[in-house]
Design a protein around this ligand. Structure first.
Ligand code: HEC
Ligand code: HEC
Ligand code: HEC
Ligand code: HEC
Length: 419
């Protein structure tokens, strides 16, 4: 079930379309939180990717070249709505190719759109290589400089070392697996380090990704036979986040405990790869362990799948917590949509966007735009107007604006407006 996005409380926008655009700096800068439902499983979109014919023109990370770009190789920057916006921006080109290939353009419910977007983002976060592949040789240097080499070997050599041989992580190994093992064994490693007078090493930038690449490859080996975990379920992760008592010390976007930092408002740090999130947890694990002790909370461990779910949750909750500025959206609406659409007055070539049922969350709006893109394109052509592209941040601003107007000017359906 979709919740109504909890937006626009206190933001008065009624006057904006009536010519007040740009007149109030306060309203210009005031942003609202758009809530996008957490996906249950990013892989649910895989089925749709085939069903909706995307697979006929796009591959997802490898495979033979197709008409459209490999969507597993594009690093979609920005938020979940920027990705939806990219889909919209390319609609005319895609439709043209669909016509050539006699593919019936698929229509999409907002739930389907959300699942497909989740699939595409899952690629971004599982495949660290997107930002540039992890480098085994750089990872080897990391392994030495962080002191792992004092206690672990990665070869078959039976060195007398305090820590277990890490050979078993070669190849069949994922960043999640390493994150989980490092987390679970943290306290023992800490005391071994203390014994040797070593400091708890911290990871920055790409170091964790490189370390993963090194352990996967072993000394000079190849990283061919990689096995990834089942992608985490952000929704299950949300449950674990409370079951494992993370919520006792961490808030998510303002809701939850104190003592640790808010983990729901960190798009810059937490919308990275699995390895970078794992690196953050490792970096802070000493501080956390101390806080666990202070409060008498038993330290928790994770199974691999649980770690995948938690990381999936932290990733998505930041990716999907999008802020939009309705006042900026109003300007976009004026510039790109108002030739054909009105809100509330009932006029226009296109439907009055205040009255269309079910446009009650940002993804639903983009899905509806896609579903009606053929007719919109025709009307644009007739008028010699360009396709109304949505640049970075604009999909969020525009949908924030449309939703705010619905709250004030439209009778929205009470229930059943679901995916
Ligand atoms: C008939 C072929 C075809 C089909 C079917 C198709 N696409 Fe595309 N898609 C393309 C082409 C070609 C482009 C590049 C268009 C351009 O250059 O503007 C593209 C671009 C995209 C982009 C933008 C990539 C970027 O560079 O930002 C996304 C996202 C996308 N497609 C998603 C999908 C999804 C999801 C589906 C299934 C619902 C789908 N496509 C179905 C051909 C297709
Ligand atoms: C001072 C010694 C020491 C250092 C330095 C050290 N570890 Fe460990 N590590 C250990 C010990 C001891 C264990 C086994 C802990 C246990 O049994 O719970 C371990 C366990 C592990 C495990 C789990 C192994 C398994 O087979 O389950 C991984 C993975 C690991 N370490 C990775 C690392 C990495 C990566 C580094 C460098 C950032 C590192 N360790 C630094 C001592 C160390
Ligand atoms: C007892 C309190 C406590 C609990 C419970 C706790 N944390 Fe923390 N967490 C902290 C503190 C304190 C920090 C900051 C530590 C530091 O600065 O070194 C932190 C930092 C973090 C960070 C790094 C954030 C950043 O600012 O970069 C992550 C990620 C994290 N915790 C995840 C978790 C997860 C997942 C759980 C549940 C398994 C959890 N924490 C449970 C107290 C806690
Ligand atoms: C050139 C005219 C034109 C422009 C510009 C235009 N639209 Fe449309 N739009 C239409 C028409 C016509 C329809 C009805 C299409 C149909 O019936 O299939 C439509 C339908 C829609 C729908 C679907 C409504 C429903 O019934 O579900 C949405 C949402 C929408 N437009 C949003 C936008 C937004 C947002 C913009 C600006 C970025 C925009 N449109 C720009 C003409 C336009």
């Amino acid at each position: 079930m979709k919740r109504m996005p909890g937006i626009v409380s206190g933001v008065v926008l009624t006057a904006i379309l009536a010519g007040a655009v740009g007149s109030s700096t306060h309203a210009q800068t005031k942003s609202v939180l758009l809530s996008v439902e957490l996906p249950d499983s990013p892989t649910a979109g895989a089925r749709l990717f085939a069903q909706k014919s995307c697979v006929r023109c796009h591959s997802l990370g490898g495979g033979e070249p197709r008409v459209g770009p490999d969507l597993g190789r594009i690093l979609f920057s920005g938020t979940v709505l920027d990705l939806a916006g990219a889909f919209w921006n390319h609609a005319p080109a895609m439709r043209e190719k669909m016509q050539d290939l006699r593919i019936q353009p698929p229509t999409m419910t907002s739930g389907e759109m959300a699942d497909i977007i989740a699939l595409l983002t899952a690629y971004r976060y599982y495949i660290t290589e997107l930002g540039g592949p992890g480098s085994p040789s750089a990872g080897r240097a990391v392994f030495a400089s962080k002191g792992c080499v004092h206690c672990h070997s990665v070869n078959g050599n039976a060195w007398e070392q305090p820590g277990p041989n890490l050979r078993r992580y070669r190849g069949r190994f994922s960043a999640i697996f390493l994150a989980q093992a490092m987390w679970n064994h943290g306290p023992e490693m800490a005391s071994a380090m203390q014994g040797l007078g070593l400091k708890w090493p911290k990871f920055t930038g790409r170091e964790m990704g490189d370390l993963v690449a090194y352990l996967q490859a072993g000394n000079g080996g190849s990283s061919e036979e990689r096995v990834y975990f089942e992608p985490g379920s952000p929704r299950r992760g949300r449950q674990l986040f409370s079951d494992k008592r993370c919520l006792a010390c961490h808030a998510i976007a303002g809701k939850g405990g104190r003592g640790g930092p808010d983990l729901g408002t960190r798009p810059r740090e937490l919308v990275g790869s699995v390895a970078s999130i794992a690196g953050l947890m490792w970096n802070h694990s000493q501080g956390m362990t101390a806080e666990f002790r202070r409060r008498g909370i038993p330290r928790v461990t994770f199974s691999g799948q649980e770690m995948a779910d938690i990381i999936g949750y932290l990733y998505f909750v930041n990716y999907a917590n999008v802020r939009g500025t309705p006042a900026r959206g109003a300007q976009i609406f004026v510039d790109k949509c108002s030739t054909c659409h009105s809100i509330g007055s009932g006029k226009g070539i296109g439907p009055d966007l205040g009255g269309v049922p079910r446009l009650d969350d940002p993804i639903a709006i983009i899905a509806a735009m896609w579903n009606h893109s053929a007719k919109m394109e025709e009307e644009l052509r007739k008028r010699g107007l360009p396709w109304p592209r949505l640049e970075s941040g604009e999909a969020a601003d525009l949908t924030a604006f449309l939703l705010s107007r619905r709250d004030t000017s439209a009778a929205r359906p009470t229930t059943g407006a679901s995916r």
